[in-house]
Design a protein around this ligand. Sequence first.
Ligand SMILES: Cc1cc2nc3c(=O)[nH]c(=O)nc-3n(C[C@H](O)[C@H](O)[C@H](O)COP(=O)(O)OP(=O)(O)OC[C@H]3O[C@@H](n4cnc5c(N)ncnc54)[C@H](O)[C@@H]3O)c2cc1C
Length: 185
Amino acid sequence: MADVELDAPLAVFIPRARAFTAEVSALDGATMVLQASPDSNDPDAALQLLAEQQDEGPQLESASIVVSGGRGLGAPEGFERLERLAALVGGTVGASRAAVDAGWIDQSRQVGQTGVTVAPDVYFAIGISGAIQHLAGMRQAKRVVAINADPNAPIFRHADLGVVGDFASVLDGMLDVLQGQGEAQ
Ligand SMILES: Cc1cc2nc3c(=O)[nH]c(=O)nc-3n(C[C@H](O)[C@H](O)[C@H](O)COP(=O)(O)OP(=O)(O)OC[C@H]3O[C@@H](n4cnc5c(N)ncnc54)[C@H](O)[C@@H]3O)c2cc1C
């Protein structure tokens, strides 16, 4: 925590994505290239937008919903269900290191101490035990939903909502409901 006093006409702050609300989240998934015009007396004209690029999906670091899978998925095919869930809720897919080490998903998707740090509104931990190194990358999530076959899995101690069960049957039920809602609209 810091109190900062500025005497410069323009300052650029680069906080960790989604660690703060409103203005930072407005940049989700987008890159903006700005040109500063320090001579301008009009604050609205002080920054000129040169280019804006929208990404196809949310970046893992700045996603508001992250759907992560671990060794409990059992095979790379398990991630297909997670991709479908992420698409339906407007999220993006993450993973534990065990899933990455198994070669089921690209290393860029790894959440944790030696991966990406995320701070989404909702973090799904699916077939993830909740090792300290994984928690290090997602403990800033505002809500955690855990799905795990083991009722004693440590991840449940950090979850706002926990579902004990086989991930495939739990997700199939969720996907049916979400797809039904989408078709009804
Ligand atoms: C220096 C160092 C750095 C590390 N950095 C990271 C890191 O950045 N990120 C990271 O994630 N890990 C990291 N690790 C590894 C970490 O310690 C754990 O080994 C890893 O997070 C475990 O991944 P997992 O939860 O997917 O696997 P596991 O611990 O094997 O857990 C699998 C879970 O799946 C559940 N499960 C099994 N079958 C099903 C089913 N059918 N349905 C639902 N649930 C099921 C099990 O009950 C279990 O809880 C690091 C380790 C070290 C030493």
